[in-house]
Ligand binder design. Sequence first.
Ligand SMILES: [Zn+2]
Length: 195
Amino acid sequence: MKYYEAARDMSWRVLLECKITSLPVDLNIIADNYNIEIVGYSDSPLTKLFNHEAVSGDGFITRINKRKVIFLNDNIKTRGRRRFTVAHELGHGILNHPLEEIVTRNNEVDSKTDPLEMQANVFSRDILAPACVLEGLGVTNAEEIVSICDISKVSAQIRLERLNMLRERGMFNKHPLERQVSKQFEQFINAYKIV
Ligand SMILES: [Zn+2]
C-alpha cells in the first residue's frame, strides 16, 4: 500500500509541476521537465550498446553519462502501448528507482509482484488517465477513455473498472494533491462538458 500511494502521489505532483492542464497528456513535456531523454530503438546503434535481451521487449530506461535515457521500441506499432511504456519508464526515472540493471519492459510478461514494476505501472496509469479528471468529465465507457487519454483499449478497460470501483466508494478528491489536480484541469473539464 505504501508503494502504491507513493507512486500515485508522485503522479499528481508531476501533473502539477509540469502544469499539465488537458488530456491526452504530452509525455514529452514531462520527460523534458525531468531531463529524461527519449530515444527510439531505430535511432540508435542499440545492439552495439546493450545485449540482445535488453533491446527486445517494449523499452527500458538507463543512465548514460549521468543522464536518464528511455529507449523505446518503435517497432511496436500500437501508439497506446508505446505511450504506456514511456509513462512506465518515466515512472522508474522520476521515482528514482535504481537504473544500474536494465529491466526491459515487456507488456506480454508484466510483473505483478515486483514492487518497483508495480509502482511504475501505477504511475503510468495515473499520469495517462488521472481518475479525478475522468470522473470530472463523467466518462462511462472505455472507448471514451481511449480517445480522451490516447491509451490502448486494454488499459482503458482496466481504468474504467478502477474508476467504477472508486465511484462506488466515493473516493475522489480526498487527497489535497488530487484536489489541486482537479482544479488545474477545471477549464478542460468544463469545456469538454459543453461540446
Ligand atoms: Zn519497469
